[in-house]
Write a protein that binds this ligand. Structure first.
Ligand SMILES: Nc1ncnc2c1ncn2[C@@H]1O[C@H](COP(=O)(O)OP(=O)(O)OP(=O)(O)O)[C@@H](O)[C@H]1O
Length: 393
């Protein structure tokens, strides 16, 4: 059943089924989105997470009608995608690409000129909600990149959308700008607006996502509640302590997931590494060496969609031997085919010779019958029709 056949689902902000997009270029065809089934809840932040070229932007472009799908179907807020522009005007806001703000005008003036602006009050509310009230009267050209991005959010919020779609909203921002935008995204979702955003930053996804779809090579490799699919911001801590066995026992007693790893100790799912060292110090156990590790997006994708084990490559010597054996087998097969043909020709020749001999024999018998009038008809194998051989008859 395609989304077009289903009754609109009030629980979903976005639904796609088998969505597909292929680009053709000089280097051939690229399947950017491959049979995508996506479900974005009506509330909360849904993150479309994936490495570069996973197809994230293409998905958003398809949903917003900026590109046409080759197959499948999609609905936004229950409306099929080709009709979204007409039927959902204002209910879907988008922060995609660089908005065309005029640098010499103030942020407020830029918003007042926006097609969705209906009043100064509405513009001022959008500026306040995006934390830009103080910068409202500054020229946009003076805005740091984080403020410029928040102004794009303010523009997308003007019409009071139920769903906000943002393509990699922290890309290119410094840590302050990225933090401001993430805080804003969380606030928007907390006001009951569904948010769908893309990112290739696992930490950003862990900080923001309520639900997540992990995309790789245009395909979904994992989806569901963020804590199930991508985990939380936990870190694995590896450390050394003089008395390793006692340290593991003390850490377990303090509810840490600790295990021996050779002469080191691994502690999984740690929120704050200093908590581990403090727990040990309380027991007079002192860490001599410590390192921390967070899962990367690549390892997450590998964990969710493990690649098949590559077949073991034979050594060059074995490869040469296999090629030689294949050649010998090929020659043998050709030789066998020629021998079989020769045998077949010889058998045909022999059958013809026997036919000729039998014909001659029959001819002689007929001549003898005609002369003697025996009335017995010999068969090919020399038997008479009454079942006795000619000799016994
Ligand atoms: N207009 C286009 N013409 C041809 N190929 C395209 C076009 N847009 C995207 N692609 C290709 O489609 C694939 C998916 O690209 P897309 O931009 O959707 O991925 P992405 O996950 O958003 O990547 P990134 O994080 O790098 O922006 C890539 O292989 C890309 O090169």
């Amino acid at each position: 059943m395609s989304p077009d056949d289903r009754p609109p689902s009030v629980a979903a902000a976005v639904e796609t089924l088998g969505l597909r997009k292929t680009y053709s270029g000089v280097r051939g065809r690229t399947i950017a989105v491959d049979r995508l089934d996506l479900l974005v809840p009506a509330r909360g932040v849904h993150v479309l997470l994936g490495p570069a070229k996973a197809g994230k932007s293409t998905v958003l472009r398809l949903l917003l009608g900026l590109a046409r799908a080759d197959g499948g179907a999609a609905r936004l807020l229950g409306v099929a995608v080709p009709d979204v522009g007409r039927e959902l005007a204002g209910r879907v806001g988008a922060v995609v690409g660089e908005p065309g703000f005029l640098d010499r005008l103030t942020g407020r003036r830029n918003l007042l000129m926006h097609p969705a602006a209906t009043s100064a009050e509405q513009v001022d509310l959008a500026l306040r909600r995006t934390g830009l009230a103080d910068a409202a009267l500054d020229a946009v050209g003076t805005y740091p990149p984080g403020d410029r991005r928040r102004l794009a959010f303010a523009a997308a919020l003007l019409a009071g959308p139920d769903l906000l779609i943002a393509d990699d909203p922290t890309r290119g921002l410094d840590s302050t700008g990225a933090r401001q935008v993430r805080t804003l995204v969380r606030k928007i979702a907390d006001r009951g607006i569904g948010v769908l955003l893309t990112t290739d930053d696992l930490v950003e996804a862990q900080q923001l996502a309520d639900t997540v779809t992990v995309l790789a090579g245009g395909r979904v490799v994992g989806d569901g509640p963020a804590t199930d699919v991508i985990g939380d911001l936990a870190t694995t801590v590896r450390l050394r302590v003089d008395d390793g066995d006692r340290a593991v026992a003390e850490l377990r007693a303090a509810k840490f997931r600790a295990d021996r790893d050779g002469d080191a100790i691994l502690v999984d799912g740690v929120e704050e590494p200093a908590d581990v060292t403090r727990a040990l110090a309380r027991k007079k156990l002192y860490v001599t060496e410590m390192s921390t590790r967070r899962e990367s997006l690549d390892s997450l994708v590998r964990r969710l969609a493990p690649e098949p084990e590559p077949a073991e490559q034979p050594s060059p010597r074995r490869q040469r031997r296999a090629a030689f054996e294949a050649k010998v087998a090929e020659k043998q097969a050709a030789y066998d085919a020629r021998a079989a043909a020769r045998e077949k020709a010889a058998a045909a020749k022999e059958a013809a010779r026997q036919d000729r001999a039998e014909t001659a024999l029959l001819g002689r018998r007929r001549a003898a019958e005609t002369a003697g009038g025996s009335g017995v008809t010999p068969t090919r194998d020399g038997r008479t029709k009454n079942g006795t051989t000619e000799e016994s008859a």
